[in-house]
Design a protein. Structure first.
Lengths: 357, 288
C-alpha cells in the first residue's frame, strides 16, 4: 500500500500540439480509490499509462510512496493493471493467466497456487480455473483480469475503464463488487472512467480532467455541491446542471427575466455571469410571483416512476432547461409550467473565465 | 388455442413448405453445378491414379490393371532417398523462413523505429522480383562459396525466396494482436523477447501453420532450384528425380504417373490435415 503523487507531470506528443497531460498535480492517499474522469481526449488514460510506465513522462515526476518512479520500468513499480479489454492471454487457462506474473517474478509454485486459489475464491472463479478465456463470459473475463491483478499484491491497482465492455446491468453490479473489494483489500487504486455516474459512486475522491488539465479534485459530493468551474458543473450530475446566462445585481442575479438571490456570493453588480441550477432546485410552482419564476414550454417529460424530468424551453428565449418534479404530478408535453428557482443551492460562475465565484 | 390460431399456424407452415420446395430446387441446381466442377478438378487425379496402375501396354491398348509400372518405378527411381531429400530440404528451408519471418513480423507490427516503413517496403518489394531473374546470380554466388554440393545451397535460396511473403503474412497477423495483451506482458515483467516467445508466438500458431503449409507445397513441388542447386545425384529431390525420369522415358507414361503420385501425395496429405488453419491464418488480422 502506498500513496501516489503526480508532481506537475506532463505528456507531450508533438511540439505543435497541446500537452495530452498538462502539468498534472495529484496527491492520492494510501488506500484511497481515486477516479480519473473526463470526456474522450481529456488525458485520463494517458495519465494512468504514465503511472503504469507505459507512457514516458516528458516533464515533472510521478511518485509511488516516497519513491520517484518516473524513470523506473513498469515491472519494477509494484503495480498491477486491469485493462479495458481485459488483455487475458488466450492460450493460457484462467489459473495460468492469474499466476503468470508471479511465475515470471520467480515466486515458488506452492505460493503461486495459494495466491491464485485465494483470489479465485474471492472472485468466485473456482469453477473456471481450468478454462481458457474464450470459454468465459465478459463478466467472468473481467473477474479473471481483476484476479490477475489481485494475486500480485501490488502497492497500487490501475484500472482503465474495466466496465466499459459489460452490458448495463452487469456494469452496475460489478462496480459495486469492485468498490467493496477495493475497500476490503485497502490497496490504493487509480480508476479511469468516462462515466460520471461510475466516478461518483465508486471514488473516494474524483479528479475531473479536460484537455489534459485537472479541473477539480474533490469528493463526489464536493464536486456535486461545489463545482469549481462551468465544465465540472456541466459534467457532474445527471441530468446535467442547467447553466443560465445572466447579469449580477446587488445581492442577486437576473436570468431570463427572473430575479434570484445569490446568498454567499460576492459579485460586483452588472457582471456577466452564468447561474448554475440543478434540476431538483427548480420547483414547479404556479403560485410563485413572476419575478422569481421561469416559464417553460414543455417539450418532453421523462417519467421514471418516483420522479419525472421536465425538459422545456424557457419562454422568450431558446434556452433549454430541465426540472425535476414528483412522478405522479408531471405536466404533459406542450404545456406551459412555471418553475421557481430555489436560491439555497445556486452556483454562480464568471461568464468569461467559467470559474466559480 | 382458437380455430383462427390453428388456421394461422397451418397457413404459415404451408408458406414454409412452398419456400422449402423452391429452396430444394435451388440447392439441387447448385449441387449439380458443384459436382460438375468437382469432376473437372478431380479428373486429373483420377487419371493419374488409374494410369499408374496400368502397364504401358494396358495404357496404350486399353483394358486391365497391374502393378508393373510401380515395379518399374521402384527399379528406376530411388524414390525413398529422394523423398527423404525433399523432406530435409523442405523442412530446413521452412525452419529458416519461420525463424526470420516471425521475428521480423513481430518487430514490424509491435516495435516502432524510424526507418521501419522503408525496411518493410523493401521486403515487400522483394515479392515483386521473379525467381527466374535472380537464379543465375544466385548460382554464381553459391558456387563461389561451395554450397552447390550440399543441401545448403537449395535451402538458403528457398528460404530467401519464401521469407518476404512469410514476413508480410506474419506482420499482418501480429498487427491483429491487441496491444494491451503486449502491455499486460510488460506490466507482468516480461521483456520484448519473452513477450515474443511466450505470448506472441503461441497466439500466432494459425499464421505459422499457414506459412508451413504454403511453403511446403511450393518448395516440395519446385523443380528449377532443385535441378540447379542440388548437383549431387544423392541429394536430388523427388521432383528433380521425376524430371530426370521423364526426360529419359518419354514413352512410358504409366511409370511417370506412378512417380507423380509418389511426389504429389505428401503435399496433398499435408494440405488436407492443415487446411482449416489456412483460412484462419490467411484472413487473420483483417478487421478488428
Amino acid at each position: 500500500m502506498a500513496t501516489v503523487r503526480f508532481a506537475k507531470a506532463s505528456r507531450i506528443y508533438a511540439a505543435n500540439q497541446a500537452p495530452a497531460v498538462n502539468r498534472l498535480d495529484l496527491d492520492i492517499a494510501d488506500g484511497e480509490m481515486c477516479v480519473l474522469v473526463g470526456p474522450s481526449g481529456s488525458g485520463k488514460s494517458t495519465a494512468l499509462r504514465m503511472l503504469a510506465g507505459l507512457e514516458p513522462v516528458d516533464d515533472g515526476a510521478i511518485f509511488i510512496g516516497e519513491r520517484d518512479v518516473t524513470e523506473v520500468e513498469p515491472k519494477r513499480r509494484d503495480i498491477a493493471m486491469v485493462f479495458q479489454n481485459y488483455a487475458l492471454y488466450p492460450h493460457m487457462t484462467v489459473r495460468d493467466n492469474m499466476g503468470f506474473a508471479l511465475k515470471m517474478a520467480g515466486v515458488s509454485k506452492p505460493e503461486i497456487m495459494r495466491r491464485v486459489d485465494e483470489a479465485a475464491k474471492l472472485l468466485e472463479l473456482e469453477p473456471y480455473l481450468d478454462r481458457r478465456p474464450k470459454a468465459l463470459s465478459g463478466g467472468q473475463r473481467q473477474r479473471v483480469a481483476m484476479g490477475r491483478a489481485i494475486v500480485r499484491e501490488p502497492q497500487v491497482f490501475l484500472m482503465d475503464e474495466p466496465l466499459s465492455n459489460l452490458d448495463a446491468k452487469l456494469r452496475v453490479s460489478t462496480r459495486t463488487q469492485i468498490a467493496s473489494l477495493q475497500r476490503r483489500l485497502g490497496i490504493t487504486t487509480v480508476y479511469v472512467t468516462h462515466d460520471q455516474v461510475e466516478a461518483m459512486t465508486m471514488g473516494d475522491r474524483v479528479a475531473v480532467l479536460k484537455d489534459g488539465l485537472l479541473q477539480q479534485f474533490d469528493t463526489p459530493i464536493g464536486l456535486y455541491d461545489r463545482p469549481a468551474n462551468l465544465f465540472v458543473a456541466g459534467f457532474i450530475g445527471s441530468p446535467a446542471m442547467n447553466l443560465l446566462a445572466g447579469v449580477s445585481t446587488s445581492g442577486g442575479a437576473n436570468v431570463l427575466g427572473a430575479t434570484v438571490a445569490t446568498p454567499g456570493t460576492q459579485v460586483a453588480a452588472d457582471t456577466r455571469i452564468v447561474l448554475g441550477v440543478r434540476s431538483e432546485d427548480l420547483v414547479v410552482d404556479s403560485d410563485a410571483p413572476d419575478s422569481e419564476c421561469l416559464t417553460l414550454n414543455v417539450e418532453l417529460v421523462e417519467e421514471l416512476g418516483s420522479d419525472a424530468y421536465i425538459y422545456g424551453i424557457a419562454a422568450g428565449s431558446d434556452t433549454r432547461i430541465v426540472a425535476r418534479t414528483a412522478g405522479r404530478q408531471a405536466p404533459a408535453r406542450g404545456e406551459r409550467v412555471r418553475v421557481r428557482i430555489r436560491p439555497e443551492h445556486l452556483h454562480v460562475f464568471d461568464e468569461a473565465t467559467g470559474v466559480r465565484l | 388455442m382458437t380455430m383462427s390460431d390453428l388456421d394461422y399456424s397451418a397457413q404459415v407452415l404451408t408458406r414454409h413448405k412452398r419456400r422449402s420446395t423452391r429452396r430444394i430446387v435451388r440447392d439441387g441446381v447448385l449441387l449439380v453445378v458443384m459436382m460438375l466442377v468437382a469432376v473437372v478438378m478431380l479428373y486429373p487425379f483420377y487419371f493419374m491414379i488409374n494410369t499408374s496402375f496400368k502397364s504401358n501396354d494396358q495404357f496404350l491398348n486399353g483394358g486391365g490393371h497391374s502393378f508393373a509400372s510401380w515395379a518399374k518405378l521402384n527399379a528406376n527411381l530411388p524414390w525413398a532417398r529422394e523423398l527423404l531429400n525433399s523432406t530435409i530440404v523442405c523442412f530446413s528451408a521452412i525452419a529458416l523462413i519461420l525463424i526470420v519471418s516471425t521475428m521480423a513480423g513481430f518487430a514490424f507490427a509491435k516495435l516502432h523505429y524510424r526507418v521501419q516503413t522503408f525496411v518493410f517496403l523493401g521486403i515487400v518489394a522483394a515479392l515483386l522480383i521473379p525467381m527466374q531473374s535472380i537464379i543465375i546470380p544466385a548460382f554464381v554466388n553459391l558456387s563461389r562459396v561451395h554450397l552447390l554440393t550440399s543441401y545448403w545451397g537449395a535451402v538458403l535460396l528457398y528460404a530467401a525466396l519464401g521469407t518476404p511473403f512469410a514476413t508480410f503474412l506474419m506482420t499482418a497477423y501480429f498487427r491483429g494482436l491487441p496491444d494491451d495483451v503486449i502491455e499486460a506482458g510488460i506490466i507482468d515483467g516480461l521483456s520484448y523477447g519473452s513477450i515474443f516467445r511466450r505470448i506472441a508466438l503461441p497466439m500466432a500458431v494459425p499464421a505459422i501453420v499457414t506459412i508451413v503449409v504454403l511453403q511446403f507445397i511450393q518448395i516440395w513441388d519446385d523443380l528449377l532450384v532443385g535441378l540447379l542447386f542440388l548437383q549431387n545425384t544423392d541429394q536430388r529431390t523427388i521432383t528433380v528425380g521425376l524430371g530426370v525420369l521423364a526426360s529419359g522415358r518419354t514413352a512410358d507414361f504409366p511409370v511417370l504417373m506412378a512417380g507423380s503420385l509418389v511426389s504429389a501425395l505428401p503435399a496433398i496429405i499435408v494440405f488436407l490435415i492443415f487446411q482449416r488453419f489456412l483460412i484462419n491464418g490467411l484472413t487473420a488480422g483483417i478487421g478488428k
